[in-house]
Design a protein around this ligand. Structure first.
Ligand code: SF4
Length: 387
């Protein structure tokens, strides 16, 4: 209860004190405001149990006192926002952003100039968000950042705490800890650092999904150098073989750029050869686009628009055949899928929106896991029936 008081005449003072007394007797939680409140110590002397006393014209102090002792009043515009914030994805999967910005300077990219250098979120904060998401019904966490594998570099892999336990702000530690939540954990935008190899055993053990989204961008070492990207194609192929040896079921996704300034037909063929060798499961491809402010725009020998596009088409066509063959090999297997819509799910090899899907006959609840026997395959999707 809020009692507004008057101290102008003695009768008003008496009435005010009496009213405060009544209010205390009625519900015991009383905030006093008004002129009488301005008399230092006067109210507290008469009624020591009032919660707060403010002077006149101080509605902010009154509201602070109210909020200190009662939950905030309901506001339909903001109160329905859960602690985890507003989630725009379906209830059963969520993106988990672990850092912002990037320390690399790929010559085709302006992200570092827009978002700055890498800034990792503390591990405790990330884990708490992940835990709350899982508690709220999320069954798949999609780990994202501009550079997921650099997580914690800026914080010198500082040790944080989750559930009272020390955990390092580091990709491997994050993956291990996320793996304890019991949800699917899918890694995106993994820069091909050597330490990425360390998370593959976690995939083999079923702690996180056997899925790695590593943008390779190209295969020609000259083009990669111009892009200011690491890794020579032969090293990448050896690493892919290594990953598959440790975790044969791993699904590899990558993205490439065709028509980067100076890319010759021979270098593009190198990329096609690489694709044939690498046998990636999922591939995205962009025709080079000169983003304003990107260093690559100053490179000589721009590739004409139509050639960039034509190469993109050829790359996607080559990959479609690889993808079709890889999917065909899944016929006859029973896959665990997460159901996104009636009759439509995704296996561990399918990230939402960017990869293929598993279409199935039979009734399964949206947001739940189901087992689907694969009967047919296409270029990107699988078809089957519920088990
Ligand atoms: S392409 Fe990725 S790794 Fe390279 S600068 Fe941009 S955000 Fe960083």
């Amino acid at each position: 209860m809020i009692v507004n008081t008057c101290g102008f005449i003695d009768a008003a003072v008496a009435e005010s004190l009496a009213t405060i007394g009544e209010a205390l007797a009625e519900n015991g939680k009383v905030v006093v405001t008004g002129c009488l409140g301005a008399k230092q110590g006067f109210i507290k002397k008469a009624h020591p149990s009032v919660l707060a006393v403010t002077g006149p014209h101080d509605s902010a102090a009154v509201m602070d006192a109210v909020h200190a002792h009662l939950p905030k009043p309901h506001d339909p515009y903001t109160d329905l926002i859960p602690d985890i914030g507003v989630k725009l994805t379906p209830r059963h999967y969520a993106y988990l952003k672990i850092s912002e910005g990037c320390n690399h300077r790929c010559s085709f990219c302006v992200i570092p100039s827009l978002r700055g250098d890498l800034a990792s979120r503390p591990i405790g904060e990330v884990m708490l968000e992940a835990e709350n998401l899982v508690k709220a019904g999320v069954k798949e966490l999609l780990v994202i950042a501009q550079d997921t594998s650099a997580y914690g570099v800026d914080l010198k892999y500082r040790t944080g705490f989750w559930g009272g336990r020390p955990v390092k702000t580091k990709m491997l530690d994050l993956c291990k800890t996320l793996g304890e939540l019991g949800a699917w954990v899918r890694l995106h935008y993994v820069y091909p650092y050597p330490h990425v190899d360390d998370v593959v055993p976690l995939m083999a053990e079923g702690k996180i999904l056997p899925y790695l989204d590593v943008p390779f961008q190209h295969a020609s070492s000259r083009i990669l150098k111009l892009m200011k990207r690491p890794a020579r194609a032969e090293n990448v192929l050896a690493r892919i073989r290594g990953w598959r040896k440790i975790c044969p079921q791993i699904a590899l996704r990558s993205t490439f750029i065709t028509g980067f300034p100076g890319e010759t037909e021979a270098e593009f063929s190198e990329l096609l050869e690489f694709l044939k060798e690498a046998q990636l499961d999922r591939v995205g491809c962009f025709a080079y686009s000169p983003v304003a402010g990107a260093a690559a725009n100053a490179l000589p020998d721009a590739v004409p628009d139509e050639v960039r596009e034509e190469r993109r088409g050829r790359l996607m066509q080559a990959q479609a055949a690889i993808s079709a063959a890889r999917l065909q090999a899944k016929i006859g297997r029973t896959l665990k899928v997460i159901v996104d819509e009636p009759g439509l799910g995704r296996s561990s090899a399918d990230a939402p929106e960017i990869d293929g899907v598993v279409r199935f006959k039979g009734c399964a609840r949206v947001g739940e896991f189901a087992a689907v026997l694969i009967e047919r395959s296409g270029e990107h999707d699988l078809h089957g029936r519920l088990q």
